[in-house]
Design a protein around this ligand. Structure first.
Ligand code: C2E
Ligand code: MG
Ligand code: MG
Ligand code: MG
Length: 279
C-alpha cells in the first residue's frame, strides 16, 4: 500500500543517504562485471576428524579480488548477490572454479579430499542444483564422492516439493549433503529427519559457548545426541582453541573446523597439506 509521504521522505534528499545508495548501485555494477570476467578466488578451509586427526574435507569459501579494494570477504558481496539474483551465476562460477581445481589436484595427488560448496537459499530454490552439479562434474571429470553441498536451514524452509525433489536428486548423484549453521534457523526435527542429511554443521555460536557456560555444554550435547539418533555426523564450526577441541572430543562430536585447526587458505597453500593429510 502507498503511504503518505511523511517526515521520513526527506531522507531521500539527505546527501548521506544518496551517497550510500549510489555506493550500492556502483557495487552492483562492479559485481556484475566481476562475475563476467571472474575476479574471484576460492579459499579452502579443512575439516578434521577428531578420532583420526585426518582432514575429511575442505570447504570452498569465495573471495572477490577487487581491483581497488583488495580481497573482499563474502559478507561484502554475497548478500547483494543474493538480493539481486546474481548469486545464481556466482554460485555456478564458484562450482566451476572448484571443479577446475579438483581436476588439477586429481592429476597431481594420490589422495584428494572432497570439497564442500556453499549453496545459497536463492540458488537452491531457483535453479536445478542437481543438474548444474552433474553437468559441471561431467565436464571436469570429477567423481561425486569429491563434492559435498552445504545448505542452511533457510534453504529448506517450507520443505516444499522442490526442496524434497532437489535433495533426493542430489543424493541420487552420490553427493553428500550438509546442514550449515545449524541452530541459527528454524528447521524442525521432522524436516531434518525427512530430508536425510549426512552431516550437521553446528553454528559457531554454539561452539563458542561450550567452554564458558554449563548450558552451552548441555545444548551441544543435546544436538550431538539428536544428530546421531538421526544418523548424521556432527561438525563443530568455529573451533578457535585447544580447550574447545578437547571438550568437543568428550562430547562425541565427530569433526571440527575452525581457526585453531586452520584458517581458510589459497589452493596453493592447501596443496602442501594434501600431500600429508594427517595434521
Ligand atoms: P559459512 O559457510 O558458515 O562459513 C564459515 C565462515 O566462518 C567462513 O567465513 C570462515 O572463514 C569463518 N570461520 C571459519 N573458522 C572460524 C573460526 O574459528 N572463527 C570464526 N570467527 N570464523 C571462522 P567467510 O569465508 O567470511 O564466509 C562467510 C559466509 O559466506 C559463509 O558462512 C557462507 O555462508 C558464505 N559463503 C562463502 N562462500 C560462499 C559461496 O561460494 N557461495 C555462497 N552461496 N555462500 C558463500
Ligand atoms: Mg559453510
Ligand atoms: Mg557455517
Ligand atoms: Mg555462516
Amino acid at each position: 500500500s502507498v503511504k503518505t509521504a511523511g517526515k521520513g521522505s526527506f531522507r531521500f534528499f539527505d546527501p548521506e543517504f544518496y551517497e550510500a545508495l549510489r555506493r550500492d548501485l556502483d557495487l552492483e555494477l562492479e559485481l556484475r562485471r566481476a562475475i563476467e570476467i571472474d575476479e574471484f578466488v576460492i579459499h579452502y578451509q579443512p575439516r578434521m576428524d577428531l578420532a583420526s586427526s585426518r582432514i575429511t574435507s575442505m570447504e570452498a569459501l569465495v573471495r572477490w579480488v577487487h581491483p581497488t579494494r583488495g580481497l573482499l570477504e563474502p559478507k561484502e558481496f554475497i548478500p547483494l548477490a543474493e538480493r539481486t539474483g546474481m548469486i545464481n551465476r556466482l554460485g555456478e562460477l564458484v562450482l566451476v572454479k572448484v571443479c577446475e581445481q579438483l581436476a588439477l589436484w586429481l592429476r597431481k595427488e594420490r589422495d584428494v579430499v572432497p570439497v564442500s560448496v556453499n549453496i545459497s537459499p536463492r540458488q537452491f530454490n531457483e535453479t536445478d542444483i542437481a543438474r548444474i552439479f552433474s553437468t559441471i562434474m561431467a565436464r571436469y571429470g570429477i567423481p561425486p564422492r569429491l563434492l559435498e553441498i552445504e545448505l542452511t536451514e533457510s534453504s529448506m524452509m517450507g520443505g516444499g516439493s522442490h526442496v524434497l525433489e532437489s535433495v533426493s536428486k542430489i543424493r541420487g548423484l552420490g553427493i553428500k549433503l550438509l546442514v550449515d549453521d545449524f541452530g541459527t534457523g528454524y528447521s524442525s526435527l521432522a524436516q531434518l529427519q525427512l530430508l536425510d542429511f549426512d552431516i550437521l554443521k553446528v553454528d559457531k555460536a554454539f561452539t563458542s559457548r561450550i567452554d564458558d557456560t554449563e548450558q552451552g555444554t548441555i545444548l551441544f550435547t543435546a544436538i550431538v545426541t539428536m544428530a546421531h539418533a538421526l544418523g548424521m555426523r556432527v561438525v563443530a564450526e568455529g573451533v578457535e582453541t585447544i580447550n574447545q577441541l578437547m571438550i568437543l572430543r568428550e562430547l562425541s562430536c565427530d569433526e571440527v573446523q575452525g581457526y585453531y585447526i586452520s584458517l581458510p587458505q589459497s589452493a596453493t597453500e592447501m596443496q602442501s597439506r594434501l600431500l600429508s593429510p594427517a595434521l
